[in-house]
Ligand binder design. Sequence first.
Ligand SMILES: Cc1cc2nc3c(=O)[nH]c(=O)nc-3n(C[C@H](O)[C@H](O)[C@H](O)COP(=O)(O)OP(=O)(O)OC[C@H]3O[C@@H](n4cnc5c(N)ncnc54)[C@H](O)[C@@H]3O)c2cc1C
Length: 314
Amino acid sequence: MTENTLHDVAIVGGGAAGLSAAVTLARSLRDVVVIDAGEPRNAPAEGVHNLLGRESIAPFELVALGRAEAEGYGARMLSDSVAAVRRDGENFALTLAGGAELRARRILMATGLHDELPDVPGIAELWGTHVLHCPYCHGWEVKGQRIGVLGTSPMSMHQVILFRQLSEHITLFTHTMPELSDDDWDTLAALDVEVVSGRVREVRAENGELAAVVLDDGHEFAIEALTVAPRFVARSDVYEQLGGTLSDNPMGSFVESDFAGKTAVDGVWAAGNVSDLGAAVAASAAQGSMAGGAINADLAFSDAQAAVAARKAA
Ligand SMILES: Cc1cc2nc3c(=O)[nH]c(=O)nc-3n(C[C@H](O)[C@H](O)[C@H](O)COP(=O)(O)OP(=O)(O)OC[C@H]3O[C@@H](n4cnc5c(N)ncnc54)[C@H](O)[C@@H]3O)c2cc1C
């Protein structure tokens, strides 16, 4: 299928960021198409927390509500993924995995990020339910439990301190962490945190629940939740196909943008986790809304300039 319509904006990714942008743009009477592969980052979680007015809503229910709100203002939703994108004169041409082709004047990247989990058997299966990363997303749900922290980087000490706020029963598994400093040992002792040295071989589940952390030497430690620090990697294929490059920070790699989401690639904006690795749902939605406004303004000013030029030429 080939579509000749030139959309004002193609939004790649329909999570909190993309859908908020779609609402803002569609309310400005823009012709918006959202292409979404349907895999929001928080899909494994039971509910979305810290979201004012929608506390604990199921992730896919939030997406369904956002889609309906954007469609209510005229945005178009495509359940597909963008496989390729290229410049087409002043515009962009997108090819979807399902074969459709689209054209758009501007692109918003709202593709989110991929959580690169530590390579320990059992972790991927329990990710988002019993293996966690964020005290604000899941901390309340595991308060008072026996919580393990898998040590993989200096950031693991942050998790120890933040989860200790929520439970007296914290065990740090040093695993692949750099050697602990004297300050770290002082902190661990003062907070009464158990420290277990050695590499973790496996995280064992029983009946879908986290049962134990198993060390290389076979020792088992019964815990109820495990926190890990994934490396956050922006889903950036589309951006890179247009010549964009990723930047790095200690949390991972991301698409750099200004406060309103404008990237180094002309005509391309970014919002949500693809450009802000630490953004939760509310922040991602806010960034989407901001980027939507900025794209609308960019189009409006560019149309005004073209109108002036056409009037002068007449
Ligand atoms: C387990 C877990 C639990 C979490 N719990 C919470 C919580 O309780 N509260 C909270 O505030 N935050 C939570 N978060 C963080 C939250 O998931 C993110 O902040 C939020 O999803 C970011 O929104 P986004 O729109 O940037 O990306 P996403 O929600 O990940 O949406 C990106 C969308 O883009 C699509 N996509 C990617 N590439 C393409 C492509 N090429 N073509 C088309 N579509 C594409 C994806 O399929 C996806 O649907 C949690 C994260 C995890 C991992």
